[in-house]
Design a binder for this molecule. Sequence first.
Ligand code: GLA
Length: 382
Amino acid sequence: MKYLHRSLLALILGVVIVSLLGFCKEANKKKEMEKHAFGKTADGTPVELYTLTNANGLEAKITNYGGIVVSLLVPDRDGKPGDVVLGYETLEEYIENNPYFGTLVGRYGNRIARGKFTLEGIEYTLAQNDGENHLHGGPKGFDKVVWKADAVRSKNSVGLKLTYLSKDGEEGYPGNLSVTVVYTLTNDNELKIEYTAVTDKVTIVNLTHHGYFNLAGAGLGDILGHELMIKADRFTPVDKGLIPTGELRSVKGTPMDFTRAVAIGARIDQAAGQLVLGGGYDHNWVLNNGDGSLALAAKVYEPTTGRVMEVYTTEPGIQFYSGNFLDGSITGKGGKVYEYRYGFCLETQHFPDSPNKSDFPSTVLKPGETYTTTTIYTFSVK
Ligand code: GLA
């Protein structure tokens, strides 16, 4: 009897300890990743907002609607956190009018001329949603769909895995495309984005992230004083519809030369040439590292706050867009108005219109192959 009591006591104690341990683990998890309701889409699909926090106080809020990074808190040189991405506070505003603030972009980032391309002898027609051209995957691209979300954890990071099945024929693209994007916030102050995709029919894929950054703080001024370096000796000049001509042109002696850090605003307003066509910078740079390995692509320094952002990618190109379409008509987080050139984008990618440019690196994905790319945005101060 005495033994029975003892074993019972030991059992109860054991259960209490195990539950306590479990509780602590849960509480810990909660600290790194929180999940809240973010509203519903028009058809009633619930959408969530996830908060990822790292050991150094970096915090990213990401929603599974469009895979949007809603906010990104990064300390300045005095340790004061600031939100360095443009965006909204509510899902409704993202649904109503979003010039791709913080979104994932797919199936095809940037433009395809006249929305047409031919694959294995079949011509496909996509929507013309940017003048006569197709832009960022069409009217309902990956930036406007609800992704399935799962938390992923490891010792030094916290992550969010987003998956989406783009059906055969969606937005005019062939093949069922199964896409996975993993956002990870590491304790090395990296926001890492890993993209994978597989298809059951030959198709084209070019996925990217369309964050609008302002390292001084979103809504606090324009980005013209940010100093930018892009590791590229060449860029792809465009026509008036911002479709590459096919040429890979040297940046040497032009305002496109960012091989050494220069203020974005130093040469942006030109009377003629490529910057007039883009209304500022809205071009693809041909990264010097074209071999598919992860390498530094760009670095940005904001002198007043000391914040530094570096972009690493496995992609061959990067679209540098200087927020030329922002015009003060959008009021974002905290009631701040986003005026002309209040944000910049560095979208890692394959080159625009690659499906119609046989000399550009291929964006074709065949059944049995796996599309994989990685981009990392790292944050530090100087
Ligand atoms: C990309 C394009 C731009 C513009 C923005 C979104 O950067 O190249 O022309 O469409 O996205 O407004």
